[in-house]
Design a protein around this ligand. Structure first.
Ligand SMILES: [Zn+2]
Length: 146
């Protein structure tokens, strides 16, 4: 029985079943996400460890023209700093290891699917982040062990 409890990798939880503290982290991440300057993807990430917020970041749409000169296809590629990367950048690994990342994407005042992309997932794993909590389209979050 204990084995069954501890061996989960990914778990879906309704928003109303989260603790008040967890919902506050999501609210904070949503407020950070509102500040994103990206045209359609507003992500926010809050890094939490031991009940305190280590860092928070939204995705930043820093246009980078450098890469486009090597590409023929679609000259509208934008280089952005993803929210998850922004949250771990500049922090020592001893600080980030063992923390939990709350990732939120907002559209209007609704949560939308915000699964970290493979790049961010690897980066978070490398920084020792143990869990990531991200929003989905249907009023629930997914808690995933990295
Ligand atoms: Zn990403």
């Amino acid at each position: 029985m204990l084995q069954a409890i501890t061996s989960w990798k990914r778990m879906k939880i309704k928003l109303c079943d989260l603790s008040r503290r967890q919902r506050r982290y999501l609210d904070l991440a949503a407020r950070i996400a509102q500040q994103s300057t990206h045209a359609c993807q507003n992500h926010g990430c809050v890094l939490v460890k031991g009940g305190s917020v280590l860092n928070a970041s939204c995705n930043k749409n820093n246009y980078c023209d450098f890469g486009s000169r090597f590409r023929d296809y679609g000259k509208k590629m934008y280089s952005t700093v993803h929210a998850e990367l922004g949250a771990v950048l500049g922090l020592d690994r001893s600080i980030t290891s063992g923390s939990v990342a709350y990732v939120v994407r907002v559209k209007g005042d609704k949560y939308r699917m915000s699964k970290p992309c493979p790049m961010c997932e690897q980066a978070l794993r490398f920084c020792g982040v143990k869990k990531v909590v991200y929003t989905t389209n249907d009023d629930s979050v997914i808690v995933e062990k990295l």
